[in-house]
Design a protein around this ligand. Structure first.
Ligand SMILES: [Fe+2]
Length: 328
């Protein structure tokens, strides 16, 4: 098993382009973090307890769910991807030409946790009509180790997604994934933006690198490409950028990371908090000042290959010019 960070730690080979786009400082920070994580995984006793979690705690959790008769149901919720619809009322901040624009949002695929996710996600998106697809990170199941399996499954998923797919990396995703994902047809935004134009109107998708573990996000840089008058949509792995995105004049923040709790109490109530944020930001639609947001529960799983009272989802967002306050 060759850790990804060992393939091109200086960024002079296959990752040279990635290094140039991310910048030297952030490139080095990411590679150092990947190296640290790999070393931590090999030590039995660490503050995060990664080794113990993977080798002892998860098998126990799995056994408990099995004994409670919940394992089969949990597997079904993982592989029975549902489609959620969310209408975002942006008022005048949405240019006229983009009224009714539809965004398909996938996040936290962790696709190699169960190869059948390719079929379940493909099936869910096959009947949805949308203008663009975005993905907000966490394509790999583990946080360390090889990426070949992840890339093979992402390549298998790509034909199910129409048009351009804009994506950002999450805390499970090493930089080594970028060349392979881009070769497969995913457009990775490393603190970069994609501007869509319809006549004189523009919509700017600004994608930031992972703010959770790597801390290599740079929203200001990503938004610097936004033309005057464009509506700004931020793609981030985590909702923790909500204050910064609001200050930067973004209209919408799409994110994931929390898995909506993944293993929840009946009614979908999360067992634990996440990100040190109020729970209203951790699942579904939310609003903070003039910023609208959506934290998707995601379409995969991490740790255990199951979900409970929190099914895997893909989300179809429809942008409207209707004023939010008039709809209440
Ligand atoms: Fe995740």
């Amino acid at each position: 098993m060759t850790p990804v960070f060992e393939e091109d730690p200086e960024g002079t080979g296959i990752l040279a382009g990635v290094r140039a786009r991310l910048g030297d400082d952030y490139f080095r920070r990411r590679i150092a973090t990947e190296e640290f994580r790999d070393a931590e995984f090999r030590r039995i006793l660490t503050t995060k307890g990664t080794y113990l979690k993977i080798h002892y705690i998860r098998p126990v959790e799995r056994a408990i769910l099995w004994c409670l008769g919940l394992w089969g149901r949990g597997r079904g919720e993982l592989l029975g991807t549902v489609v959620r619809e969310n209408t975002v009322l942006l008022g005048d901040s949405l240019p006229r030409a983009f009224d009714g624009f539809r965004i398909l949002h996938l996040t936290d695929l962790h696709i190699d946790i169960d190869p059948r996710l390719v079929q379940s996600i493909s099936r869910a998106v096959s009947k949805i009509d949308y203008d663009i697809c975005v993905m907000t990170g966490d394509y790999r199941s583990m946080t360390i180790g090889p990426i070949d399996g992840t890339l093979a499954l992402m390549r298998a998923l790509r034909p199910a997604l129409r048009g351009e797919v804009l994506a950002v990396l999450g805390n499970h995703d090493p930089l080594g994934l970028v060349p392979g994902l881009e070769e497969a047809g995913f457009s990775i935004l490393l603190n970069e933006a994609r501007v869509l134009r319809r006549g004189a109107d523009a919509l700017c998708f600004a994608g930031v690198d992972d703010p959770v573990v790597f801390g290599t996000d740079d929203l200001e840089k990503a938004l610097s490409a936004a033309p005057p008058g464009a509506a700004k949509i931020v793609l981030s792995h985590s909702p923790r950028l909500c204050a910064e995105a609001g200050r930067a004049g973004a209209s919408l923040l799409l994110c994931g990371h929390t898995h909506g709790g993944q293993i929840c109490l009946p009614g979908g109530r999360m067992l634990f908090g996440n990100e040190g944020m109020p729970r209203c930001f951790l699942k579904g639609a939310w609003r903070r000042g003039s910023l609208h947001g959506y934290t998707s529960a995601g379409c995969g799983a991490s740790g255990l290959p199951c979900r409970l009272n929190c099914p895997a989802e893909v989300v179809l967002h429809t942008l409207r010019r209707e004023a939010w306050h008039l709809s209440r």
